[in-house]
Design a binder for this molecule. Structure first.
Ligand code: PGA
Length: 257
C-alpha cells in the first residue's frame, strides 16, 4: 500500500512564507515509504515548485478547471498547472463544495482531465455531521464516489487518490475515532473496486480532518488508511514533518521492519 502525506495550505501563507515552509519540508530527511505533497495557493505554486525541485516533494494545486482553455474568468486549467511543474491537484474539497458550488458532477470532469493529463487527482469526499447523525454517511459517500469516479479507465487509476474527510472533522479539532475511520475507509475501498474493478484495489485512501501529531499514529496505523490530507497542521513545518515521521513509522511497522 502506498502512503501519502499531503499538506493543504488552503488560503494561508504569503509568498515568502510559502517558500520558507516548502523549503523546510523539502530539505527534511526523506521518510522512507512516504510520498509527500504540498498544496499552496495558486500565486505561490511556481515558487513552491522551485523550492521543492531538488527534493522528492511534489506540488499540488487546491482546485482546477476541467477545460484546457476558454472563457472561464478566474479559472486555472490542468495544462496551465502542468506547464509550471505542478503534478497533482485536490478536487472536491468540502470547502469548495460549501462556498463555491462544487459538486460531484463537476468534479467528475476535473478528475478525468487530471488523470488523462497524467496528473494525480486527490479526490475529497465525506459526509456532513447531520448526515452521519441520521445514519446516512454510507449512502452519501457512496453517491459521491459513484458520481465523481464512475467510468474512469483502469489504466489511469494510478493517478487517483481518495481523501475521506468527514466535514464535521475539518478544522474543528474533532477527529473521527479510529473505528469510524477504519469502517469508512473499508467501505470506500469496497466501493472503489465495485465501481472501477480490481485495478482500483491499490488506490490510496487518505484520512483528513483535524489530523495532528497527537492523534495521527492511531489513524495512520489503520489497515485501510493510506496516510493523510492535512490542513491546519501542515502550516507548521515542525508539525507536518512530525506527521511524515509518524506515517513512516507506520510504513515500517507494516513491513515488519
Ligand atoms: P484540517 O483540514 O486538518 O485543518 O482539519 C483538513 C483539510 O481540510 O484538508
Amino acid at each position: 500500500m502506498r502512503t501519502i502525506l499531503a499538506g493543504n495550505w488552503k488560503m494561508h501563507t504569503d509568498r515568502a512564507g510559502a517558500v520558507a515552509l516548502a523549503r523546510a519540508v523539502a530539505i527534511a530527511e526523506r521518510a522512507a515509504g512516504v510520498e509527500v505533497l504540498v498544496a499552496p495557493p495558486f500565486p505561490f505554486l511556481e515558487a513552491v515548485v522551485a523550492a521543492c525541485s531538488d527534493s522528492a516533494v511534489r506540488v499540488a494545486a487546491q482546485t482546477c478547471h476541467a477545460e484546457a482553455q476558454g472563457a472561464y474568468t478566474g479559472e486555472v486549467s490542468v495544462p496551465m498547472l502542468q506547464s509550471i511543474g505542478v503534478q497533482a491537484c485536490i478536487v472536491g474539497h468540502s470547502e469548495r463544495r460549501r462556498y463555491d458550488g462544487e459538486n460531484d458532477a463537476r468534479v467528475a470532469y476535473k478528475v478525468k482531465a487530471l488523470l488523462s493529463a497524467g496528473m494525480t487527482a486527490i479526490y475529497c469526499c465525506g459526509e456532513e455531521l447531520s448526515e452521519r447523525e441520521a445514519g446516512r454517511h454510507h449512502v452519501v459517500v457512496g453517491e459521491q464516489l459513484a458520481t465523481a469516479l464512475k467510468g474512469l479507465p483502469a489504466e489511469q487509476l494510478g493517478g487517483l487518490v481518495v481523501a475521506y474527510e468527514p466535514v464535521w472533522a475539518i478544522g474543528t479539532g474533532r477527529t473521527a475515532t479510529p473505528e469510524q475511520a477504519q469502517e469508512m475507509h473499508g467501505f470506500i475501498r469496497e466501493q472503489l473496486v465495485r465501481l472501477l474493478g480490481p485495478a482500483a484495489e491499490p488506490v490510496p485512501v487518505l484520512y483528513g480532518g483535524s489530523c495532528k501529531p497527537d492523534n495521527a499514529a492511531e489513524l495512520f496505523a489503520l489497515p485501510d488508511v493510506s496516510g493523510g490530507l492535512i490542513g491546519g497542521a501542515s502550516l507548521d513545518a515542525g508539525q507536518f514533518l512530525e506527521l511524515v515521521r509518524i506515517a513512516a513509522r507506520c510504513v515500517a511497522e507494516r513491513r515488519g521492519v
